[in-house]
Design a protein around this ligand. Structure first.
Ligand code: C2E
Ligand code: MG
Ligand code: MG
Length: 625
């Protein structure tokens, strides 16, 4: 019942509002059109008055001329022409006056002043016309009493003042209207621009994420079937890292233009974020989507010209379907994104439909992402340490800190499963700081316990590296833990080393304090030797994928030898990762590689296990001192 009354009240309010709005618009229209109506009516009645009052042929001719000219003056637009026409009309009008009776004269006097006041935006025509009346009225003194003439003259003067003020008022009103119109125009333009800014991406000029979602809501409410294509550029990060952000921006602009040209006619294209684009494609049968995706992938076979260089890029596309996969906008995007990641995990440069079976994996991913945020405060992370070994003697030279996550439900999770998530969510900055501090503390305690030269290698992610206070954080931790900076090695990846100037700047102070830098997973990214020569790098860590092939593939063996030789020639120490058997170690020793890390020597182990290992090794003299 209450609900019904509330509903009725709402309906009344809505109707009330609507009728208020309607009456407001009608009042506005009426006010806007009143001057026009007054002009037309007074011109009409003045013309009819004259036609009724004149009797000679000439009088009719002037009355007709007045009617024609005054309506022309009403219609014409340039103001000067309006004045000319009105002046001509009034000359004709004055010529009819001698034929008018005194009564008629009085009625036309007021009408003519009203007409002028409304028609011309100036009091001067009213004043001139009144002056003419003041000169003309006394000519009636032979037929009208002097008293009457005086009264009329006074009336005319008062009217002149009133109508002059009215004309003056109208002039200002017109000016104000003009200004308002201009302001309205500017406001509309500004609103348009604001709306554009809110809904379009400034870099690529494509619709942004907001407009995409708005459009999806609109489109999904209609009955059509829509495919959501989530397109991400493969290795775009390398363009940014190697050629700088300007080139990256240009690349995105080229890609946006390319997409518009290729599929703009059938798809709604939006820039979702970074190098991610979302396309909405209304379809009839699923084959059409496959065709479209293939066409898109094929269309990227041509290079983009950026800063006089030909740069190739390829897209990975994930697809979700409305209404099949979901009816919810965010879920559809999330599913398409997930499918895109499946492509990335595989070969890249392909397309893939979202599979509901994999939804569970996605849910797990979402769960991990959520749990990750609180894992640090819940102290769920632990650090394992893997020894770095002097291969010829088996001596432990130092340790690499490798983080593990002990999830309360899922057990131990390896970094490969959560570091990318931590990077995506930004948790890595805090986590990395924790790892560094914790590992410094731990290794420092082993150093104090009789192994003073033990080194510590810590993995640093690009997100950490780019965080504003990276350098000061490292220095603070070194100071707090009393760790010797020259025994600390920061492991960065090759792609992070491409931006030479930025890298040198961030590392400058750390290097001055003696901190070492090593390039991790060397050989898997893009490195140019000149980059290595110019950067303050101390170690190269050959990726374990090379070590794995070392004994089976002669070309891999030659590559490793080459890397070791080049490293030594530019004074870099080369470390080989992932050594799993003696054969591999023998090869590497033969090639001149001194330092190694791998299961053959030691698996990563907890601090306690390493503590025991150290004390047993200590007794055997197997630790570098
Ligand atoms: P990484 O820095 O290249 O670390 C070496 C990885 O190789 C470790 O995997 C280690 O357990 C594994 N490994 C060592 N020797 C062998 C071997 O003989 N055979 C095989 N098959 N594997 C070996 P893990 O601990 O799973 O770490 C994987 C990656 O996760 C690391 O690769 C590193 O990039 C990243 N990571 C680990 N901890 C952190 C961290 O605290 N911060 C950051 N940013 N990344 C981390
Ligand atoms: Mg590493
Ligand atoms: Mg590595």
């Amino acid at each position: 019942m209450m609900l019904n009354i509330a509903n009725i009240w709402n309906i009344i309010k809505v109707m009330g509002c609507q009728s208020m709005k309607m009456s407001q618009t009608w009042t506005k229209r009426l006010m806007h059109n009143t001057p026009k109506a007054v002009i037309v009516l007074s011109a009409l009645s003045l013309s009819m008055n004259l036609a009724n009052s004149v009797s000679s042929f000439l009088g009719y001719a002037f009355a007709l001329a007045f009617a024609g000219l005054i309506f022309a003056a009403i219609i014409v637009n340039p103001l000067w022409l309006k004045y000319v026409m009105a002046a001509a009309a009034y000359i004709a009008f004055f010529n009819t006056l001698p034929e008018l009776s005194f009564d008629k004269l009085i009625s036309v006097i007021y009408l003519s002043l009203v007409l002028l006041a409304f028609l011309l935006p100036s009091p001067i025509p009213v004043i001139i016309t009144t002056c003419y009346y003041l000169y003309f009225i006394p000519t009636y003194s032979s037929v009208v009493e002097g008293e009457m003439i005086r009264t009329i003259v006074i009336g005319v003067i008062i009217n002149m003042i009133l109508y002059s003020l009215l004309a003056f008022y109208f002039r200002n009103l017109k000016k104000e209207n003009e200004i308002n119109r201009k302001l309205n125009g500017q406001l509309n333009e500004a609103f348009g621009k604001l709306e554009h800014m809110a809904y379009y991406d400034t870099l690529t000029k494509l619709p942004n994420r907001e407009l995409l979602k708005k459009r999806m809501v609109e489109q999904l409410f209609s009955d059509s079937k829509v495919a959501v294509l989530f397109l991400d550029l493969d290795h775009f990060k390398n363009v940014n890292d190697m050629m700088g952000h300007n080139a990256g921006d240009q690349m995105l602009q080229h890609v946006a233009a390319h997409l518009t040209e290729e599929v703009g006619h059938c798809c709604f294209i939006a820039r979702y974020a970074g190098d991610e684009f979302v396309l909405l494609f209304p379809y009839q049968v699923q084959e059409e989507i496959g065709e479209l995706a293939k066409h898109l992938i094929h269309s990227f076979h041509m290079p983009f010209q950026i800063e006089q260089k030909h740069i190739y890029t390829t897209p990975s596309i994930g697809i979700s379907l409305y209404p099949g996969d979901s009816r919810d906008v965010d879920t559809l995007i999330q599913y398409a994104d997930k499918a895109m990641y499946d492509v990335k995990r595989g070969e890249k440069n392909g397309f893939c439909f979202f599979s509901a079976i994999e939804n569970e994996e996605l849910l797990l991913q979402i769960k991990l992402e959520n749990d990750l945020r609180s894992a640090l405060s819940k102290e769920e992370f632990v650090i394992h340490y893997q020894p770095l070994v002097e291969m010829s003697t088996g001596e432990i030279r130092g340790f690499e800190a490798l983080v593990r996550w002990t999830h309360p439900e899922l057990g131990q999770i390896m970094p490969g499963a959560f570091i990318p998530l931590a990077e995506q969510t930004g948790v890595i900055v805090e986590l990395g700081e924790w790892v560094l501090e914790e590992a410094c503390k731990q290794v420092r305690s082993w150093q104090r316990a009789g192994n003073p030269n033990l080194t510590l290698a810590v993995n640093i992610s690009i997100r950490q590296f780019k965080s504003s206070c990276f350098e000061s954080t490292v220095l603070r931790i070194l100071k707090k833990t009393g760790f010797d900076p020259s025994l600390l090695e920061l492991e960065v990846t090759e792609s992070m080393m491409q931006n030479l100037s930025e890298m040198s700047l961030i590392l400058g102070e750390l290097k001055r304090r003696g901190v070492k830098i090593s390039i991790d997973d060397f050989g898997t990214g893009y490195s140019s030797l000149s980059v290595l020569r110019h950067l303050p790098v101390d170690f190269l860590k050959i990726d374990r994928s090379f070590t794995r092939e070392l004994t089976a593939d002669t070309s891999t063996a030659s590559i490793i030898k080459l890397i070791v030789d080049i490293g030594h020639s530019i004074n870099l120490e080369v470390i080989c990762e992932g050594i799993e058997n003696q054969e591999e170690m023998d090869f590497l020793l033969q090639y001149g590689c001194r330092l190694g890390q791998g299961f053959y020597f030691h698996r990563p182990a907890s601090a306690d296990e390493i503590g025991s290992l150290l004390s047993s090794k200590d007794s055997q003299g197997k630790i570098a001192n």
